[in-house]
Design a protein around this ligand. Structure first.
Ligand SMILES: [Zn+2]
Length: 197
């Protein structure tokens, strides 16, 4: 089922079929992603964060300089922006983060705090409107010990949930089945974002 050249591999260049290369932010986990739009197109996310020590090489710092479609940016605010996770737990899994390279929640200023909260609400409305999300997991992992993959640049996860969105695949096959490609998800959410703002 996942044997058609879509296996995620630590070794680069081991791709049987050349997938679309997508830059973005997120942390590879042990799950493979089986992208399942109707034609069984398989795409693997494989970009690892270049580093998490400083603004240099930090994906959350470099993404805002990219075009929205290239960086998977859903919306831009004054001090924060919303971006799709390259390694989503569910379709529509996005992250809200400040433009500023700040690690700890206590370090963001009032304007960033306010807009981060506001963007989180808009993200929920957007995901409800665009994809009928029935629930959410929302939160931040502060520090590597807490599970933050890109610990140096804080980001709030907004993960939409649906009844029955989990199945045997993550348990048996370490594979997440995702019904929509990232580029399509980004476009859908970017379009819906304005109406939800
Ligand atoms: Zn950064």
């Amino acid at each position: 089922m996942v044997g058609n050249g879509a296996e995620q591999s630590e070794a680069a260049g081991e791709r049987a079929a050349e997938p679309v290369r997508q830059y973005g932010a997120g942390v590879p986990d042990r799950f493979q992603r089986l992208w399942m739009p109707h034609r069984m197109a398989y795409i693997k996310g494989e970009d690892k964060p270049a580093g998490s020590e400083s603004g240099e090489g930090c994906p959350f710092c470099s993404i805002p300089s990219m075009a929205d479609a290239d960086g998977l940016i859903v919306a831009r605010g004054d001090s924060v922006y919303a971006v799709l996770n390259l390694y989503p737990y569910n379709s529509g899994h996005l992250m809200v983060c400040p433009y500023r390279h700040v690690a700890d929640y206590t370090e963001i200023d009032q304007a960033e705090t306010t807009e981060l909260a506001s963007f989180t609400k808009i993200a929920m409305r957007t995901l409800r409107a665009a994809s009928g999300a029935q629930g959410f997991n929302i939160g931040m992992n502060m520090g590597g010990v807490a599970g933050a993959g890109i610990a140096a640049h804080l980001h709030q996860h907004v993960v939409p949930r649906w009844g029955g969105d989990s199945n045997f695949m993550p348990v048996i096959g370490h594979t997440k089945v995702l019904p929509q490609l990232l580029a399509e998800t980004r476009q859908l959410l970017a379009d819906a974002w304005h109406a939800a703002s």
